[in-house]
Design a protein around this ligand. Structure first.
Ligand code: ADP
Length: 305
């Protein structure tokens, strides 16, 4: 086999009380990528979309990720990469992670699965470093594994796939830009101990609720006293959207990644559709353009098509 095509899902990271450690995968939207093995040690990138992302492999997340993998392989071949992005860059639903993960999973298939999933995430962290300046895995891990994944540590890498009931997500993506650097700069440098205790209590409870399928407990646990109060000020209409989602029956939700997307989790597709309608109604009053997605939690992660 010298050519392969994969789909790579969008992901929600920083899941409320799980800042920098908890994420999940969405069935939609997703990126589509085709990789060909070539017998020159170079990486060529083409885009079939209108996002204007760099084709220089040193400036493209997929290129940097594949370079990290080729350095580990140390053999004289390279890759021709064709990317059709379904996930808008800078949306806060893991666009850069989707490119990194699709590239390494596709390359690994062409290399007859030489590397483990954990090793693929290590390579993909080079791509996240390019996109955001830090080697974080909380979008990469759910993108590769699917479902809900907890990153206990990124160095050394330790990821835990979590049991969860069938759940559905509604994402509202306002068409505004929030720079990752701005979203980082606004974070508190110090955290009151009482707030930290409440956050880790909630995260423990949320993980337990996922494994029990207890949506009432999930709902009580989906609170964040540390990051959300600071970052939500960057997203116009945040409080109203969350209230509308909860009012329409969502289990809970918050900021996706570092924004501007917001997400809500629901127990059924019907509920998630109702939540989308309620969030859209409220958001249309802001005058800001937006997209919404309603999606199952994706169980598989990157998949060969
Ligand atoms: P998201 O939260 O949607 O992943 P990020 O801010 O993490 O968005 O990543 C998007 C940044 O990475 C943009 O600055 C974009 O130009 C850059 N980038 C470079 N290559 C890619 C790629 N293949 N896919 C997505 N983003 C890329």
């Amino acid at each position: 086999m010298d050519q392969i095509r994969v789909h790579s899902p969008a992901t929600v990271s920083n899941v409320v009380c799980g800042f920098d450690c908890l994420g999940f995968a969405l069935s939609e939207p997703y990126d589509d990528i085709t990789l060909r093995l070539i017998d020159e040690p170079i990486i060529k990138i083409r885009h079939n979309d209108s996002y204007g992302l760099p084709t220089d492999p040193d400036k493209n997340v997929a290129g940097v990720t594949l370079r990290a993998m080729l350095d580990a392989v140390d053999e004289p071949f390279g890759f021709d990469v064709e990317i059709t992005k379904g996930i808008k860059p800078g949306s806060g639903i893991g666009s850069s992670a989707a490119s990194a993960c699709s590239a390494v999973v596709a390359a690994n298939e062409l290399l007859e699965r030489r590397f483990s999933k954990l090793e693929l995430i290590e390579f993909a962290m080079a791509g996240e470093m390019l996109a955001s300046g830090s080697r974080h895995a909380d979008n990469l891990a759910p993108c590769i594994y699917g479902g809900f994944v907890l990153v206990r540590s990124s160095q050394p890498l330790d990821v835990i796939e979590l049991d969860h009931p069938p759940l559905f997500a509604t994402v509202l993506h306002p068409q505004i830009e929030i720079k990752t650097s701005e979203a980082r700069a606004i974070l508190p440098r110090e955290v009151p101990l009482a707030a930290a205790v409440r956050n880790w209590s909630n995260l423990g409870a949320f993980v337990a609720a996922l494994s029990k399928g207890d949506t009432e407990l999930m709902s009580r646990a989906m609170r964040d006293e540390i990051v959300e109060p600071a970052r939500s000020s960057l997203i116009p209409g945040f409080d109203d959207v969350v209230q509308a989602g909860l009012g329409a029956g969502a289990v809970g939700g918050g900021i996706s990644g570092s924004g501007p997307s917001m997400f809500m989790i629901s127990a059924s597709r019907e509920a998630a559709d109702g939540v989308a309608a309620a969030m859209s109604e409220v958001y249309s009053r802001t005058g800001i353009e937006f997209n919404t997605y309603v999606s199952a939690i994706d169980p598989d992660g990157v998949r060969v098509v």
